[in-house]
Design a protein around this ligand. Structure first.
Ligand SMILES: [Zn+2]
Length: 665
């Protein structure tokens, strides 16, 4: 028992550490796949020792689909989920090992909400959500309203049928149009629909069901899955029309066919399900605690692709960090052609056994740069090793604190200086027109600009620049004007642009929200005895960040930079938020999630809402008035839907602003 407790604690803290590295530091040490494995290891152990589960276990963040509005129902069979595979080869490997000569069923994995139907004496008694797998919500009244479910069947024996509630794309679009487009996708609409309080609300929604498995304690007459499916058809259940039965030797051809057909389907699917056909073999193989050993899902994950590493290069960034990246055989990922994938760091390379020539899976998730997730076949050249010295200045690379990364610590390293200059001028930072990466690099190499203050002395060299080849009066005008304009950017942009460790847009915003008006106030507090406590009391600032703020503003080099820039007229104070007279969002609490085309960074949207009287919080609660959901909105969107919070997408928000004559640029 004591060992189990220790193991639970060990797994929990390992998962928490990886969550921190992934969500906070943006420096994952392991792939998503490995993370999932770690997570399910913890889930499994917890399900074996439920009495030892801590209320703060990382698994508790996930929640189940249980809600308080429905009666609970103890499932009569374990309602398992499927283990995922991500490539055809991986799936073929699994099936080859399991049984080369047996038939398997291949079918769509419909993306909706899972449901278990219980029949007795020929009528539907219970319809239950998967819930925890052991206990689900009894939503029979709601499910009864779905029109393609047989409520009465000829078979009188006890029968348990598993299926998926879903919505076709055409039905979804039509329904969404009638509801002013407030639903993000069919899957979310389905899971919200089946949990409505009143079944008449469900009846008005165009839901459908498809069934894919059946069990009966009484019927033993079927020796194969295909016989079961024929029986279900006979009982007038909607069974997937595309179900096929094949041996492993046919898999790659059939899977390819499914992949091609996917785009033309009128219902959402995230891949296929492959199951052993023989019921006897299924029985022998049995289940793990979470999934059957005789079935796998094959995810058609648009975010994951197989490719080959052609070469590996590396660069020193503005912080001195060396980042390796793989040049890969180009693949399409989420509509873009990807030619490079990040390898994170040497630890990651070692752990994955990454080398030039390796066959790998690359993934692109959200806005993050594509990464090599998994090695399918190790390179003959062995594991790649990064140099131990900076390729630019030859300083020995070292690990800093507990970081997994190696750094060039030479603050005068040319690669570092150049990259901080590029960073400073970027669109998200000072946004200096005419000073893109190419021009800055050119000025750096010709020693025209060697530091940030040099940018603001550039006007002194106007004449010389105008006579330079490839520049001319017009371009010089644009650049100098761009530099001049950037002086109007307030501290909100200036401070993050300086690239001080941990002080980005978010931290800067926290400081402003805490009432700091300018850099002098921040420096004064940072240098005072009570500085640490005062910063720690600011909402959003953790110990790590505060320690970094203190050391940044106690460092004479940084203070010199600040005073040099002050002399050149840069704005080290925050602009007052100009509260508009029209407080159209007054009294409203907004939450913002996802990414936006017109608001980058999305703090720009926060700003607008604040100017017009609204407040903005970081999580969705029952006090949230509106959720503004951009692309790739995740759990916040789900939560808002559950709470029936008003949801606006980007174009609706723009329309709203337009209707009040508000400009957002
Ligand atoms: Zn260096």
């Amino acid at each position: 028992m004591k060992d189990v407790r220790k193991e639970l604690e060990r797994l929990s803290s390992e998962i928490e550490e990886h969550q921190y590295l992934y969500y906070v530091k943006n420096q994952p040490k392991i792939s998503d796949l490995e993370f999932d494995q770690l997570f399910s290891k913890l889930q499994k152990l917890e399900s074996e020792y439920p009495e030892l589960v801590s209320p703060n276990s990382p698994t508790r963040r996930v929640g189940s689909d249980l809600s308080n509005d429905f009666k609970k129902f103890n499932h009569k069979i374990p309602v398992l989920s499927l283990e995922n595979t991500y490539s055809t080869q991986e799936l073929i490997d699994w099936a080859t090992k399991l049984d080369l000569d047996e038939l398997y069923s291949l079918e769509w994995k419909v993306d909706g909400a899972s449901i278990v139907l219980y029949y007795r004496n020929g009528s539907l008694e219970h319809a239950v959500t998967r819930g925890t797998g052991g206990v689900g919500d009894d939503i029979t009244e709601n499910i009864r309203t779905i029109k393609n479910i047989p409520l009465r069947i000829k078979e009188k024996s006890e029968l348990i049928v598993r299926g998926e509630v879903y919505m076709t794309f055409t039905d979804f679009e039509e329904f969404n149009k009638e509801n002013s487009g407030k639903y993000a996708n069919p899957r979310n609409l389905v899971s919200g629909s089946i949990k409505q309080k009143h079944s008449y609300q469900v009846a008005s929604r165009p839901l459908k069901i498809v069934v894919y498995d059946a069990f009966s304690p009484e019927i033993k007459k079927f020796s194969t899955h295909s016989d079961w499916m024929d029986f279900l058809k006979l009982m007038k259940f909607p069974v997937s029309e595309d179900m096929e039965f094949h041996k492993v030797s046919n898999f790659s051809k059939i899977i390819e066919k499914f992949r091609k057909k996917k785009e033309k389907l009128n219902f959402p699917t995230d891949g296929m399900v492959i199951k052993l056909n023989s019921m006897k073999r299924r029985e022998i193989l049995g289940n793990t605690t979470h999934s059957p050993r005789w079935a796998r899902a094959l995810k058609f994950d648009a975010t994951l692709k197989e490719t080959i590493i052609l070469d590996i290069d590396f660069a020193i960034g503005r912080t001195g960090k060396i980042t390796p990246r793989a040049k890969i055989e180009p693949v399409e990922l989420l509509g873009t052609t990807v030619t490079y994938a990040t390898l994170h760091n040497q630890d990651y390379i070692n752990e994955k056994k990454i080398g030039i020539g390796a066959r790998v899976l690359v993934a692109k998730r959200g806005e993050i740069i594509p990464a090599v997730e998994e090695v399918l076949e190790i390179s003959k050249q062995g594991i790649f090793r990064l140099p131990d010295r900076c390729p630019t200045c030859s300083t020995k690379l070292i690990k800093i604190d507990e970081s997994v990364d190696y750094f060039c610590t030479n603050t005068k390293c040319k690669a570092r200086v150049l990259n901080s200059l590029i960073f400073f001028c970027q669109k998200k930072q000072m946004d200096i027109e005419g000073l893109g990466e190419k021009q800055i690099t050119n000025f750096f190499e010709t020693e025209t600009i060697q530091s940030i203050p040099d940018i603001y002395d550039l006007h002194l060299k106007r004449e010389e620049l105008e006579n330079r080849e490839g520049l001319g009066k017009k371009s010089v005008d644009i650049i100098l004007k761009g530099i001049e304009v950037s002086k109007n950017k307030d501290l909100r942009f200036l401070l993050p642009s300086l690239g001080f460790s941990e002080i980005g847009h978010r931290v800067t915003e926290f400081l402003r929200d805490a009432g700091y008006k300018n850099i002098d106030e921040i420096i004064q507090v940072a240098q005072s005895e009570s500085g640490r406590d005062r910063f720690l009391s600011i909402h959003g600032l953790g110990e790590r960040t505060v320690d970094s703020i203190l050391s940044v503003f106690q460092n004479p080099i940084h203070l010199k930079l600040i005073s040099d820039l002050k002399e050149r007229g840069l704005k080290f104070s925050f602009d007052e938020i100009n509260k508009s007279k029209e407080q159209i969002f007054s009294g409203q609490t907004w939450c913002i999630t996802g990414s936006f085309d017109n608001f980058q960074p999305r703090e720009k949207a926060v700003e607008i809402i604040k100017i017009y009287g609204g407040s903005v919080t970081t999580s969705v609660t029952n006090k949230t008035s509106v959720l503004l959901a951009g692309e790739k909105a995740g759990s916040k969107l789900d939560k808002a839907q559950k709470l029936n919070t008003k949801i606006l997408n980007e174009s609706e928000f723009l329309d709203l602003l337009k209707s009040f004559g508000i400009k957002w640029d």
